[in-house]
Design a binder for this molecule. Structure first.
Ligand SMILES: CC(C)(COP(=O)(O)OP(=O)(O)OC[C@H]1O[C@@H](n2cnc3c(N)ncnc32)[C@H](O)[C@@H]1OP(=O)(O)O)[C@@H](O)C(=O)NCCC(=O)NCCS
Length: 143
């Protein structure tokens, strides 16, 4: 199996649209997140990252450069491409990109059953569990 190609893409581009379609199919179709919550105004200013495997978009995430921290989110991998490290590679790419811009405060909110994905990247959960999009979450950050 070939390695994924990880790229930063404009939101309004063919690859950006394929990433959005993947997000919608997984978060809305698979996880039943309300569609009106899935795409939000942060998407317009976010940095969007996609993973390509054999020419197909199989993963994406977004990076928000906020005043208080860099927030990673909307991490998704197509069901057919899971379990081969693609989410971890996209996250490492995104963290490296933020670090190259001088950012050191990294933050995300993770579905409670997915904490291990981010713990392996150095994130630590903090605070109380909360509901988002109908699923339990924890806030996580790097120290
Ligand atoms: C969660 C998701 C992004 C993981 O993508 P992936 O490319 O399969 O993840 P990786 O292969 O990089 O996994 C790395 C580690 O994360 C953890 N992990 C991955 N998927 C997991 C899952 N479904 N449940 C719990 N832990 C998981 C494991 O510790 C894994 O390490 P291992 O392979 O040594 O067991 C993917 O399953 C997905 O898109 N799910 C639906 C959307 C979603 O839940 N997004 C995350 C919101 S926080």
């Amino acid at each position: 199996m070939s390695d994924p190609l990880i790229l930063t893409v404009p939101l309004f581009s063919d690859l950006g649209n394929l990433g959005l379609a993947l997000r919608r199919s997984v978060f809305v179709g698979e996880q039943h997140v309300p569609p009106e919550e899935e795409f939000d105004s942060y998407d317009l200013t976010a940095t969007h990252v996609v993973a390509l495997l054999d020419g197909s978009v199989v993963g994406c995430l977004r990076i928000l450069f906020l005043a208080e921290h860099v927030k990673f989110g909307r991490v998704v991998v197509a069901a057919t491409a899971r379990g081969q490290g693609i989410a971890s590679r996209m996250m490492r790419y995104a963290m490296d990109l933020a670090a190259a811009r001088g950012q050191t405060r990294f933050y995300l909110t993770a579905q409670s059953d997915k904490l291990a994905l981010y713990e392996k990247l150095g994130f630590v959960a903090f605070g109380e569990e909360f509901q988002d999009g109908g699923m339990p979450h924890f806030a996580m950050k790097t120290y």
